[in-house]
Design a protein around this ligand. Structure first.
Ligand code: GRF
Length: 242
């Protein structure tokens, strides 16, 4: 085959790129976890694209983070709906318009209706500031300190109808120091959240992390109840902590 016939064959041939996996992020506030995801996306390390950020709070700072990154930022204020079901119905419509492979809750401060949870079953992740199943709900850092625990941390989990109760994908541990305050603990946990959430999202988008029945799996193997664990030492090293 001559060179010209090779190039003739290839002329006009554009390989179909694999469609990028699509992510919709829901927020209510600051959006520092959203920022961690955006940063990974910027470096092409997320394994997909954040196609929209939706907030139920109009002045959530995370919306600005989205706009700064050129991501569609949508406000859907819950106050304009008569019931949780009506709001969640509207939210489903807005989310589905963006055809996501994954819905990421990143500080979305709403209880979700069962219809909403079922709609995105197996493709919705949340991050929670505790080593689940310890300290579900709010004020996790204060509760951990009050109990005098030696270890605290954060968890990424699949969302199920049980509040903060879905199968855990990954956790990061922080050792509670002498003289720890709620603020210092929160800061350390937050830094770990920013490490593990992008990892979990990437694993999901690559098809490595899945929800099979009621069990989270990684590369086809069931994960233990606490998911993958990043130790205090490993996280501290990543974060250049003292
Ligand atoms: C985080 O602490 C997360 O664990 C919880 O809400 C907070 C959101 O923080 N679900 P940010 O808005 O991402 O800064």
């Amino acid at each position: 085959m001559s060179e010209s016939s090779v190039s003739d064959t290839l002329n006009g041939f554009t390989p179909e790129p694999n469609a990028a996996r699509r992510v919709v992020v829901l927020i209510s506030g600051n959006g520092s976890n959203l920022q961690a995801l955006i940063d990974e996306q910027t470096h092409e390390r997320l394994g997909g694209e954040i196609v929209a950020v939706i907030s139920n709070v109009a002045d959530a700072y995370g919306l600005q983070r989205a706009r700064d990154a050129g991501i569609d930022a949508v406000v859907l204020p819950h106050g304009e709906y008569d019931s949780r079901e009506a709001y969640d119905g509207a939210l489903i419509k807005v989310i589905e318009r963006h055809e996501p492979d994954l819905v990421v809750l990143a500080g979305f401060m709403r209880i979700l209706s069962s219809r909403f949870v079922q709609r995105f079953h197996g493709r919705m992740l949340n991050i929670h500031p505790s080593l689940l199943p310890a300290y579900r709900g709010l004020n996790t850092h204060a509760k951990a300190l009050a109990d005098g625990v030696a270890e605290h941390g954060c968890s990424v989990h699949f969302v199920t109808e049980e509040l903060d109760g879905g199968p855990v994908a990954i956790q990061a541990v922080v050792e509670v120091s002498e003289g720890e305050t709620e603020a210092s603990l929160k800061e350390k946990v937050h830094a770990r959240e920013h490490l593990i959430y992008p990892i979990a999202v990437k694993w999901f988008l690559e098809g490595r992390l899945r929800l099979e029945g009621e069990i989270a799996t990684f590369d086809g193997m069931p994960l233990p109840p606490q998911g993958m664990r990043m130790s205090h030492a490993d996280a501290a090293e990543e974060l250049d902590e003292e």
